[in-house]
Design a protein around this ligand. Sequence first.
Ligand code: PEP
Length: 250
Amino acid sequence: MRKKIVAGNWKMNTTVSEAVELAKGLVASLNEVPEDVKLVVAPPFTNLVPVSDVISGTSIALSSQNCADQEKGAYTGEVSAKMVKSVGCSYVILGHSERREYYGETSEKLVKKIKLALGEGLSPIFCIGEKLQERQDNIHFDVIAAQIKEVLFELSAEEMAQVVVAYEPVWAIGTGVTATSEQAQEIHAYVRGILAEKFGELAQEISILYGGSCKPSNAKELFACPDIDGGLIGGAALKASDFIAIAQSY
Ligand code: PEP
């Protein structure tokens, strides 16, 4: 049985007090979420500790939105996988399209990050997805295959077993345009097929999340697809009632 995961990427939003309020809202409604759906929240680095305090003792898991590609030392402004682990994270989002686009996150860097994260016992939520032009040029399958092969094919099966994949078409992130359930399912099945090339049967155990303008009104249809194992939620994760409603869509 694959884990069902609904993860909230809060991006560069929330002050400490706003983050605490949002986390408290989630805790208050947690009993409305099916027990087999794992909630994960990814606040900004500055809010990991206060949010960790609020969700402590609940089933909600903590994630960071990134970690450094170096272990430790003179890397001003960076936050290491070990630091992230030390504040209570069990997940780390890696390779988000905004990091690839604005911060030069390459596959080479992502291999280093994912290995360091795995070394700390963190589960990476590894993001992949094509840009609009790539879909229009009909090269989206190639783009996705390359993103997977360049990073995840560097892992052992034991390491891969800890990874969650998130398919996030860049044209659907924050745009209000969602992939149709057919488009999403097609890619999710394709991703699983590529993972099977390298990891065989293990591919059936890997959770593959959909991300991109997922909201209460479309989550049910997306989550009903056989290869969609949950969602990575941006905008709708900033409102506790919407995030909970998405999780309830299972
Ligand atoms: C994201 O950035 O991971 C995301 C899915 O954003 P949104 O839900 O706002 O499209």
